[in-house]
Design a protein around this ligand. Structure first.
Ligand code: SF4
Length: 265
């Protein structure tokens, strides 16, 4: 599995995210033909799978469609995946992507509570997530959703809401990360400063995680773990050492790609 980037920068403003600060808010697009040429070179060099490392591949919908069409025209024959934001998309968006070889959609969903999506300044709401999910399923794609719990305003109610809504997502796998690291240059940094959870002298090279006022990370972790029960498609964290070992074994046996599709239920 090799990596490929079709642009740098992210125009979204998610409250916790340092990428717009690191890569810029303005997209710097790579010519789709050039991205496709590089993809073919990687395939020729032995890549069995490509991961599009753009912060969100569809943050420029038009460009992402042009890249997919360039892959198809170049007859790229290996599958690929990437990070997608579950924003409102053209009805045939994922069909075009699937026709171009997209196999895995990793949605940066983060929460399924409109209160938290608003607090996180995400460019979508719960209903948009459901719609994007259905569109991806209809196109025959594997989907995963990543959750980031414990931001400003998180409470037992918002966690319950996110978990209840999660039950409505069929045929998927969900990864839950509890606790959000505070990075300089983010909205979360400003909030934490204002709430006096950090001060200007706090050393953020050592990880500092935002602590919501209404619930602790331990309580969130307990709620998610209890709700997950023994369902293998609800993964708290990245799955730990055991999951890493299984993935590594599967790669040795010739399986390619992110492999979470084997957990989809
Ligand atoms: S979380 Fe993803 S979509 Fe949001 S600002 Fe960061 S890179 Fe962009």
């Amino acid at each position: 599995m090799l990596n490929l980037q079709s642009k740098r920068g992210c125009a979204f403003r998610c409250v916790y995210c340092p990428y717009p600060h690191i890569e810029g808010r303005k997209h710097r697009l790579i010519d789709p033909q050039e991205v496709a040429r590089t993809a073919l070179e990687l395939e020729a060099a032995g890549a069995k799978y490509l991961f599009l490392t753009d912060s969100a591949f569809n943050s420029d919908i038009e460009h992402s469609l042009a890249v997919a069409k360039a892959f198809q025209k170049a007859r790229l024959s290996i599958p690929w995946g990437g990070f997608f934001a579950p924003v409102r998309l053209p009805a045939d968006y994922f069909t075009v992507m699937a026709d171009a070889g997209l196999a895995h959609v990793e949605f940066g969903t983060e929460a399924l509570s409109d209160i938290m999506l608003k607090n996180y300044r995400k460019p979508f709401r719960v209903q948009d997530v459901f719609t994007a999910h259905e569109q991806a399923l209809d196109a025959g794609l594997h989907t995963a959703h990543y959750f980031l719990l414990g931001g400003p305003g998180e409470s037992a109610d918002t966690i319950n809401e996110s978990l209840e809504h999660r039950e409505q997502l069929k045929k998927t796998v969900t990864f839950y990360f509890v606790g959000i690291r505070i990075y300089p240059g983010t909205g979360l940094y400003d909030i934490a400063l204002k709430e006096e959870k950090i001060n200007a002298a706090t050393d953020l090279l050592q990880p500092v995680f935002y602590e919501p006022d209404l619930i602790t990370q331990e309580q969130i972790d307990k709620m998610v773990t209890e709700r997950a029960g023994n369902r293998i498609n609800w993964i708290v964290g990245s799955g730990g050492a055991r999951a890493a070992e299984t993935v590594s074994k599967m790669h040795t046996r010739g399986y390619v790609g992110p492999l979470w599709e084997y957990l989809i239920r």
